[in-house]
Design a protein around this ligand. Structure first.
Ligand code: ADP
Ligand code: MG
Length: 441
């Protein structure tokens, strides 16, 4: 089979899976209009009737797509979308789905209940809940910023869901900045910009995702700013997400000032406890049981991006189901190998180990090298020796002598003891993971 045929076949299989998962109306509305464009290469080309179909697919089915179309090593799905631009009747229909299908554009999993909170995101989550409860009356605009995969879109959709649930007639539009620009381009081409303006200015709530894409798009920035002002002046709620705070965006002073009018809130990287809770929650949602030591292992190793945590769970889930296996540490290590942050180029030294162990165990590095038999110092020493044997390539003799002239058999004894204890003692296991991470970071 050629690559193209394989891609087509994968697309067919993906559709079969989706058809089982969603209602027939959903399938008919969103999937039936998508066509595969026959093009050679290792990327699947899909023709979609409008940008909303593309966004819907990515927002709701990214993980399923990733199972059928693994990325080519660049973290992106190997799929290219082409918005159908040719025939007129299609164009006329384009403005309609915006108005009717707002609900569909919200990812159904991105609710406040599914958003796990911790110290890094408590503030922004409460602000989002406040805005959803009293749109236009609390903070306006609410500007949410933070790194990739930390839950900005999730909170934005959470606001959309809550508002929709509280009042069916309220006019909510959730849109990515890219889709806003594309919508504007389409309307410019079909000379219906006034209609589009009227539409946006008649909204009660405008939720805009990823405003950073407005940078360097001068004409669009003006149009967006006008819409923004028109809505705010009528006390209509606006929520914006961005990868940077307003002041760091390359936008006009006017636009930046507007965005700073209301509340600017940051979503930070969740701490270890919160990440563990996220792992457990995502696994629960998939009906997968993850023992707590494994949840810790995942949370300790994937720490910068919640989307990656989710990807890890999906991968694990698929692997264990396909192979009919129970989750064990070995399987997790194998399946997650590529995702886990390893940095082999950093050389581990005895001094580095001593420093890191002394921080975590709160004992002096000089005591670790010494001969004290006090329990906490002896344990720290054994952990340091264990790590040195595990992480360094030098001979045991050489490593042992770096610990204040200990012998090769003392080192081996320490290594055996800690290896055994790590299997039984969860606290020690966690401490060792933290030290390892410090050493590599
Ligand atoms: P961003 O828009 O900041 O790049 P997303 O909102 O798309 O990130 O989040 C990426 C994934 O991580 C989503 O599937 C989302 O549900 C999940 N996620 C992020 N933060 C949390 C959280 N605190 N609790 C539960 N899931 C989260
Ligand atoms: Mg996002």
């Amino acid at each position: 089979m050629t690559v193209t045929c394989e891609l087509k076949e994968s697309w067919k299989q993906f559709l079969e899976l989706v058809e089982k998962k969603c209602s027939s109306t959903e399938f008919h509305n969103w999937f039936s209009p998508i066509k595969v464009i026959p093009k050679e290469g290792d990327i699947l080309h899909l023709e979609v009737p409008n940008i909303f179909v593309q966004e819907y697919l990515i927002d709701n089915y990214r993980d399923d797509l990733a199972l059928f179309f693994p990325d080519l090593g660049n973290g992106k799905l190997p799929i290219e979308f082409h918005v159908k631009l040719d025939n007129k009747p299609q164009k006329k229909q384009q403005t309609k789905p915006i108005q009717k299908n707002t609900n569909f554009l919200l990812n159904k999993n991105y609710t406040f209940e599914n958003f796990i909170e911790g110290p890094s995101n408590q503030f922004v989550k409460s602000a989002a809940i406040g805005v959803a409860a009293h749109p236009g009356k609390s903070y306006n605009p609410l500007f949410i910023h933070g790194g990739v995969g930390l839950g900005k879109t999730h909170l934005l959709h959470g606001i959309g869901h809550t508002i929709k649930n509280n009042s069916k007639n309220i006019r909510v539009q959730c849109i990515t900045t890219e889709a806003f620009i594309n919508d504007l381009i389409d309307n410019l081409k079909s000379k219906s910009v006034d209609k589009m303006k009227r539409y946006y200015r008649s909204l009660d709530i405008l939720l805009v995702d990823d405003i950073q894409f407005l940078q360097n798009r001068l004409n669009f920035e003006d149009e967006f700013c006008n819409t923004f002002e028109a809505l705010i002046n009528q006390h209509k709620q606006i929520v914006i997400t961005s990868d940077k705070p307003p002041s760091q965006l390359n936008l006009s002073e006017r636009m930046i000032a507007r965005m700073e009018w209301g509340l600017v809130a940051n979503v930070g990287i969740p701490d270890l406890e919160t990440r563990v809770a996220i792992v457990q929650h995502k696994a629960d949602q998939k009906g997968l049981f993850i023992p707590s030591d494994i949840a810790f292992y995942i949370a300790e190793h994937i720490y910068l991006n919640v989307r990656q945590i989710e990807g890890a769970i999906n991968r694990l889930c698929a692997f264990c189901r396909l192979m009919n296996l129970k989750i064990t540490q070995d399987i997790v290590e194998r399946v997650l190998a590529e995702l886990i942050h390893k940095n082999p180029s950093i050389r581990v030294t005895v001094d580095g180990i001593l420093k890191s162990v002394s921080n975590v165990f709160e004992v002096k590095a000089s005591d670790i090298k010494g001969d004290s038999r006090m329990k906490n110092i002896a344990l720290a020493r054994q952990v340091a020796m264990y790590l040195a044997k595990e992480l360094m390539d030098d001979s045991l003799q050489k490593i042992a002598s770096s610990f204040g002239g200990k012998t090769h058999s003392t080192l081996l004894h320490a290594w055996k003891k800690i290896t055994k204890e790590l299997k039984e003692n969860e606290k020690l296991h966690r401490q060792v993971q933290i030290i390892k991470r410090n050493l590599k970071g």
